[in-house]
Ligand binder design. Structure first.
Ligand SMILES: Nc1ncnc2c1ncn2[C@@H]1O[C@H](COP(=O)(O)OP(=O)(O)O)[C@@H](O)[C@H]1O
Ligand SMILES: [Mg+2]
Length: 232
């Protein structure tokens, strides 16, 4: 049973260090990443929609996406965190929300944004949970409806962060990376394999994704426990 859960869609909430301990060095590093992303945004190329992905599972995509959403909201930006991992969603667990309706409904039915976007305990941070698992996540993300939705969300929020599945295993993140303003690649020490990270980068380059940088984390060195950002 436990084995099935591990391989299935069972997921855990992630730690919101930026909410629990704002003054920790890790929270500070998330704020540094926020600053770097802000500097990547120019008048000609505004960064308003961001994909967070990694090569494989359990590498910290959802942790990174949720904590980045919190620090951007803390800076006064109207932020929407979208659980676009329709296969292994976590946002509703992390923020203790219902997930009866969400992103999948927006893509596949006539559901409106205001009916499915939920408020969070963090001022300025709104959440779009995954919604029911659809049979065809990649097809849903490839629709014209998805393009239209990105346009609508860009108008309604200062920043939209998409928490995606791993890019080497399924094509969802590649599809979305080709549509958004920028992509962050998460790399976790001892979990991400070098070959897979190189493959992830190639998959992003193939669709001309704007790779904003990589976030390296999980190092055991006591001084370096936190997160590092490497601009592209
Ligand atoms: N740097 C880290 N150190 C320790 N545990 C971590 C770290 N980053 C993530 N985790 C834990 O690993 C698990 C997977 O993280 P998650 O963000 O859900 O990964 P992904 O979304 O890439 O599958 C979660 O239980 C999370 O709390
Ligand atoms: Mg995840």
């Amino acid at each position: 049973m436990a084995k099935n859960n591990k391989r299935g869609t069972e997921t855990k909430p992630v730690s919101l260090i930026t909410l629990i301990d704002k003054s920790s060095p890790i929270s500070e590093q998330y704020r540094t990443i926020r600053t770097n992303i802000q500097f990547a945004s120019t008048v000609d190329h505004e960064i308003k929609t961001i994909v967070v992905t990694s090569s494989g599972a359990g590498e910290g995509k959802s942790t990174t996406a949720a904590n980045l959403a919190v620090v951007f909201a803390n800076a006064g930006q109207r932020v929407l965190l979208v659980d676009a991992d329709l296969r292994k969603p976590t946002v509703h667990k992390t923020f203790h929300l219902q997930n009866n309706v969400g992103f999948s409904n927006l893509l596949s039915t006539k559901e409106t944004m205001s009916n499915v976007i939920q408020a969070s305990v963090v001022p300025n941070l709104s959440l779009l949970t995954s919604g029911p698992k659809p049979p065809n996540p990649s097809e849903l993300l490839s629709t014209a409806r998805m393009d239209q939705l990105i346009r609508e969300l860009r108008g309604a929020f200062d920043l939209v962060i998409f928490d995606m599945p791993p890019i080497v295993q399924v094509t969802d993140a590649q599809i979305m990376a080709s549509k958004v303003d920028g992509t962050m690649l998460v790399v976790r020490e001892d979990v991400s394999s070098k070959d897979a990270v190189v493959k992830a980068q190639k998959l992003l380059q193939m669709v001309n994704a704007n790779i904003l940088g990589a976030i390296y984390h999980g190092t055991k060195n006591a001084v370096d426990q936190g997160y590092y950002y490497y601009g592209s």
